[in-house]
Design a binder for this molecule. Structure first.
Ligand SMILES: NCc1cc(CSc2ccccc2)c2nc(N)[nH]c(=O)c2c1
Ligand SMILES: [Zn+2]
Length: 371
């Protein structure tokens, strides 16, 4: 088995990279989309479903798993892989973002973040060290440092102070689990809001630390698409070319393609599974909403170019009926298709970088998804 943390770039096409990241639970082919499995499960799908659609890695959530069922309970069951019977790589977020994005009282200090549980209102505290200890208990292959994701519209002064603290927290996280002390990897997270010089400073400070990879945080927080793209194109090239680059919480199919064109290797987003819940489905011809009356007697598959279980076995008419009837199967079949679409898109991206046709692939989807 290749040493966990090894990242090899096999081919490039412009700034897009085709790579392989080795982890203790197997290799990850990049660029890659990572389904979000907040509570140790990608909602409505089984590990078998995910393996069938070639999901190489899934995301878990420190905040949620710490509160329920508890990271120590999971550790006593052999860690999150054994507990959830997912034997491929897992990446976990540090929990800071969830504390800030979920409602409820929380207090931020140099020491860490105090918050109340969304389950029973009990008080809790995450220091950078605690956030890493939880991820060590979960046994995730890639741990994220504790960071502050400042909200959209934060002023320069606040953003500057926040990124300095995020860097100090990153150092504490790395010291809690030093590089090479085990098979778990650790990624730093670049912040700096929408100030290019602060993004540059955050990247410089973090990249001097021995992380196995680097994430771009603090985007997709309410800004316009052009603003997000501008910060991605500014920040990605600042990160070490020989390490994986992860853009957190982004985005639509076009966002994935734009980020890859900027040199990003890894992405995650709740969109495919969240949209499945409201009937918004991604297809090779653009987005469709299955609840539209037009599909009431449409016997055609969701996407004639999709080879997934949903598209091979059910008509739009039936999928619309399930959605209108609020059947559980609706959520499952819609999620299956949306995630399959995202994963298949990234397989096409990997192939296109290998044969130098990434720009053409990107243009094709931009036409299909134009407004
Ligand atoms: N708005 C995008 C976003 C999303 C996430 C969550 S990504 C995620 C979610 C669930 C499981 C694993 C990773 C973030 N996480 C951190 N730590 N910092 C950010 O700036 C940030 C920004
Ligand atoms: Zn499909």
């Amino acid at each position: 088995m290749t040493k966990p943390g090894t990242f090899v770039v096999h081919a490039t096409d412009g700034n897009a990279r085709r790579g392989t990241l080795s982890t203790a639970h197997g290799d990850i082919q990049t660029p890659i989309f990572m389904p979000v499995g907040t509570q140790g499960t990608v909602k409505s799908l089984s590990p078998q479903d995910l393996e069938e659609m070639n999901a190489q890695i899934i995301l878990g959530n420190t905040y949620h798993l710490y509160l329920r069922p508890g990271d120590e309970l999971v550790a006593r069951r052999g860690g999150l892989h054994k507990f959830s019977n997912w034997n491929r790589p897992i990446l976990t977020d540090s929990g800071g973002f969830q504390v800030f994005s979920l409602k409820g009282i929380r207090k931020l200090s140099e020491e860490g973040v105090e918050f109340r549980s969304y389950i029973d209102g009990s008080k809790h505290f995450f220091s950078p060290e605690k956030a890493i200890e939880i991820q060590m208990n979960l046994g995730s292959d890639i741990m994220m440092v504790l960071d502050e994701c400042v909200g959209y519209g934060a002023d320069r002064g606040y953003t500057e102070k926040s990124l300095e603290m995020t860097t100090r927290w990153a150092k504490r996280c790395r010291e809690r689990y030093p590089a090479g002390s085990g098979d778990q990897l650790m990624f730093g997270i670049v912040q700096g809001g929408f100030f290019k010089d602060l993004r540059t400073r955050s990247a410089e400070q973090l990249c001097s630390l021995p992380f196995e990879g680097f994430a771009i945080g603090g985007l997709s927080v309410g800004e316009s698409i052009p603003e997000m793209y501008e910060q991605v194109h500014h920040t990605a090239p600042l990160l070490p070319a020989e390490k994986p680059r992860y853009l957190m919480g982004v985005g639509t199919p076009l966002d994935l393609l734009e980020a890859v064109s900027a040199g990003v290797d890894m992405l995650d987003c709740v969109l495919p599974s969240r949209n499945a819940r409201n009937g918004t489905l991604f297809t090779s011809q653009g987005k469709i909403n299955i609840k539209k009356a037009a599909y009431k007697e449409d016997d055609s598959p969701l996407d004639p170019n999709c080879n997934c279980y949903t598209c091979r076995n059910f008509s739009k008419a039936y999928l619309r009926h399930l959605y209108m009837s609020k059947e559980l199967l609706s959520y499952r079949l819609n999620t299956y298709h949306n995630l399959y679409f995202y994963l298949d898109l990234m397989q096409q991206v990997r192939d296109s970088i290998e044969n130098g046709t990434f720009a053409q692939l990107k243009a094709r989807y931009e036409d299909a998804y134009a407004a």
